[in-house]
Design a protein around this ligand. Structure first.
Ligand SMILES: NC(=O)c1ccc[n+]([C@@H]2O[C@H](COP(=O)([O-])OP(=O)(O)OC[C@H]3O[C@@H](n4cnc5c(N)ncnc54)[C@H](OP(=O)(O)O)[C@@H]3O)[C@@H](O)[C@H]2O)c1
Length: 351
C-alpha cells in the first residue's frame, strides 16, 4: 500500500523530533509537511531544528520548509506536538477544516467527545468520535493521547483493574527532564537535585487516569470510580519516568496473581497487529534492582512499560514500580499507535 501523507505540528520540538524519527520507516505513514512557530517558519527543517536524537534527520525531511500552523497542508492526518498554551485553538482550526488531529497536548483531552486513547487499554473509546464528527458536520476529528505519566500508569494498571477492581491508588513519580520539552528545566535547577513540583501534572494524572480506565456508555465515557493521589517530581534523568505505585483493590490479589495478570496482558486482538504494538505491552522484572530508566526504557522499541518490585503494601494492598518512555509510549509513539488503530478500523468498515 502507498503510505498515507501526514504532517507534524510542532515538528521541531522534543516530541516533534520523535515523530520524525519514528515515521521515517513507518509502513503506513509518511511525513510530507512540518509546521512550527514563527521562529522556524520559512527555514528548512534541518536549519530550524536543534536535532538532539542519536539517529540523523531523515534525508527527505531535512529539506522540508517549515510551514505556518495553518490548516492548508497537503494531507489528511496531522500529529500535534504543540505546547498546550497554543495547541487548543490550532488543533480546533485543523479539525474544523476536516483534518484528523492526533494530539499530545492537554487542552482537548478531557472533552466529552474526544477519545483519550491507549489502544491496548481502551480501543472501544474511539466510538465517542462519532459524536464529535456529528458536531463537526461529518469531517474533522481530534483524538488525544494522555499525559505521559498517566499513559504508562494506565497501561500497567489496566489488567489489574479488570481482574481485581482498583479502589484507591497512590503514585509518586520521578520524571525525566525530556518531559519538560526543550530547553526545559535549567541545568542549574536539576543537576544533583530533585524538584518536587511539576505544574498541573498531579491534576492531569488524577483526572485523565479515570477517563482512560472509564467505560463506554452510549456515546460517552463513564469515568472509573477510583481514588487517585499523585505526587510528581522532576529528577535528573534524561528520558523515562519511574513511578512508585501502591494500590488498594476490591478483591485483593496475591503477588503471583498480579504478576500473571501483568505478563498475560495483550489488549484486544486487532491491536496486537498494529505496527507500533509491542509484542508484550507490560514486562515484569523479578530482579529487585530493575526496572531502571538507563537500562529498560527501550523495551518493545520504547512502547512497552516495565514493572518491578511487586510486593505487598502494609498501607494499601500491593505496591510496585512502573517505568515507561515518556517521549515514545508517552507521546509520539502513543499518538502514532492511535493513528494506526483508527486506520485499521477505517479499513475494516471500508472507508
Ligand atoms: N516531552 C514529553 O515527554 C511529552 C510527553 C507527553 C506529552 N507532551 C506534550 O507534547 C507537546 C510538545 O511537547 P515538547 O516536549 O515537544 O515541547 P517542546 O520541545 O517545547 O516543542 C514545542 C514545539 O512547539 C513549537 N512552539 C513553541 N511555542 C510555540 C508557539 N507559541 N506557537 C506555535 N508553536 C510553538 C516549537 O516550535 P519552534 O521550534 O519553532 O519554537 C516546537 O516545535 C506539549 O503539549 C507537551 O505537554 C510532551
Amino acid at each position: 500500500m502507498s503510505r498515507i501523507p501526514v504532517a507534524i505540528l510542532g515538528a521541531t520540538g522534543t516530541v516533534g523530533q520523535r515523530f520524525i524519527q519514528l515515521l521515517e520507516k513507518h509502513p503506513w505513514l509518511e511525513v510530507v509537511a512540518v509546521a512550527a512557530s514563527d521562529r522556524s517558519v520559512g527555514r528548512t527543517y534541518a536549519d530550524a531544528c536543534r536535532w538532539f536524537l542519536s539517529s540523523s534527520i531523515p534525508e527527505h525531511v531535512q529539506g522540508l520548509v517549515v510551514r505556518p500552523l495553518e490548516p492548508n497542508l497537503d494531507c489528511e492526518y496531522v500529529f500535534s506536538a504543540l505546547p498546550s498554551a497554543v495547541a487548543g485553538e490550532i488543533e480546533d482550526a485543523f479539525a474544523g477544516a476536516g483534518y484528523t488531529v492526533f494530539t499530545n497536548a492537554a487542552p482537548h483531552r478531557m472533552d466529552r467527545d474526544v477519545p483519550l486513547l491507549i489502544p491496548e487499554v481502551n480501543a472501544d473509546h474511539l466510538a465517542v468520535s462519532e459524536a464529535q464528527q456529528r458536531h463537526r458536520g461529518g469531517k474533522g476529528l481530534i483524538v488525544a493521547s494522555a499525559n505521559c505519566t498517566t499513559t504508562q500508569l494506565a497501561l500497567a494498571l489496566k489488567p489489574l483493574h479488570d481482574a481485581f477492581s482498583i479502589r484507591k491508588l497512590s503514585v509518586v513519580t520521578m520524571q525525566a527532564i525530556s518531559g519538560a520539552g526543550y530547553p526545559g528545566v535549567a541545568a542549574a535547577d536539576i543537576l544533583g537535585n530533585v524538584v518536587p513540583y511539576i505544574s498541573s501534572e498531579e491534576e492531569k494524572v488524577e483526572t485523565e487516569f479515570l477517563k482512560l480506565l472509564g467505560t463506554l456508555e452510549g456515546d460517552r465515557i463513564a469515568q472509573a470510580s477510583i481514588t487517585v493521589s499523585a505526587q510528581c517530581n522532576r529528577v535528573p534523568v534524561y528520558d523515562g519516568h519511574t513511578e512508585c505505585v501502591s494500590v488498594q483493590f476490591e478483591d485483593p490479589p496475591s503477588v503471583d496473581q498480579v504478576v500473571d495478570a501483568l505478563e498475560g496482558f495483550r489488549g484486544p486482538n486487532q491491536v496486537a497487529d498494529l505496527p507500533s504494538s509491542p509484542e508484550q505491552p507490560i514486562v515484569v522484572f523479578r530482579d529487585p534492582e530493575r526496572p531502571q530508566p538507563l537500562r529498560d526504557i527501550n523495551l518493545g522499541r520504547g512502547m512497552a512499560v516495565s514493572v518491578g518490585r511487586v510486593r505487598p503494601c502494609p498501607v494499601l494492598d500491593m505496591k510496585f514500580v512502573v517505568l515507561g518512555h515518556n517521549t515514545l509510549r508517552g507521546a509520539a509513539g502513543g499518538s502514532i499507535h492511535n493513528a494506526e488503530l483508527l486506520i485499521a478500523r477505517q479499513k475494516l468498515v471500508g472507508k
